[in-house]
Design a protein around this ligand. Structure first.
Ligand SMILES: CC(C)(COP(=O)(O)OP(=O)(O)OC[C@H]1O[C@@H](n2cnc3c(N)ncnc32)[C@H](O)[C@@H]1OP(=O)(O)O)[C@@H](O)C(=O)NCCC(=O)NCCS
Length: 172
C-alpha cells in the first residue's frame, strides 16, 4: 500500500460527496478531529511504515486525497484513504485498516464500497493499490472485490517484503 510520499493540492470536491456514497450510515468523511483515533488504529494495525499525527494532518488537509472512516457513534472502527493524481482517472488506496477490536465485522468491506463509489462519482475509471505479498487478509479482501494482480514491486516495504500491485476497473 503506501510507501512513496504523496503531494499535490487538496482533492477537488472531496467534501462534495454524492449521497449514494453513504448508503451505509456508519461511513463519513474523516476530519482532523479523527487523528487521535486514526493514529491508534495505525499503531495497532501496522508493524512498520506507520502514519503519525503529522502525516495524517497533512494527508487530511493538504494532500490530493480523500479519507473515509467507519464509525459507531464516537468510536472510529476503521479508515480508508485514497490518493488522486492530476491527469490520471484513477484512485490509489493509500491505506486501509480496521481497529483490531472490530476485525471481521465488515468494516473494511464497507469502507472499500464507499471509497469505490466516491471514486466512480468523481470520474475515476479504476482503483489501484499495493499489498504485501504476505498479507493474506488484505489480499482476500481485495480479490473478493474483483481486484486482480498486474505487477509487483520488489523489496517495496521497510522489511524488504515485495508488494503485489492490484487493480480493479470501476463500472461507470
Ligand atoms: C485487511 C483488513 C483491513 C480487513 O479488515 P476487516 O474489517 O476485518 O475486513 P472485513 O470484515 O470487512 O472483511 C471483508 C473481507 O476481507 C477478507 N478478510 C478479512 N479478514 C480476513 C482474514 N483474517 N483472513 C482471510 N480473509 C479475510 C474476507 O474476504 C472478508 O469477506 P468475508 O467476511 O465475506 O469472508 C484488516 O485485517 C486490517 O486492518 N489489517 C491490518 C492493516 C492492513 O494490513 N491493511 C491493509 C494493507 S494492504
Amino acid at each position: 500500500m503506501r510507501h512513496t510520499t504523496p503531494d499535490g493540492p487538496t482533492a477537488q470536491g472531496a467534501a462534495d460527496v454524492p449521497t449514494n456514497v453513504y448508503t451505509d450510515r456508519a461511513i463519513r468523511l474523516a476530519t482532523t478531529s479523527d487523528i487521535v483515533a486514526l493514529v491508534a488504529i495505525e499503531n495497532t494495525s501496522f508493524p512498520g511504515d506507520r502514519l503519525d499525527r503529522r502525516r495524517f494532518r497533512y494527508l487530511l488537509t493538504q494532500a490530493n486525497s480523500v479519507t473515509f472512516v467507519d464509525v459507531d457513534g464516537a468510536v472510529v472502527r476503521g479508515y480508508i484513504m485514497l490518493l488522486l493524481r492530476t491527469g490520471w482517472r484513477g484512485a490509489r488506496v493509500y491505506s486501509i485498516a480496521t481497529h483490531p477490536a472490530h476485525l471481521g465485522c465488515g468494516v473494511a468491506a464497507r469502507l472499500l464500497t464507499a471509497a469505490e463509489r466516491w471514486a466512480t462519482a468523481h470520474g475515476c475509471v479504476e482503483v489501484r493499490l499495493e499489498v504485501r505479498t504476505d498479507n493474506a487478509a488484505s489480499l482476500a479482501l481485495f480479490r473478493k472485490r474483483g481486484y486482480v494482480a498486474f505487477g509487483r514491486h520488489a523489496a517495496y516495504y521497510h522489511d524488504g517484503m515485495d508488494a503485489l500491485r492490484l487493480r480493479r476497473t470501476l463500472a461507470l
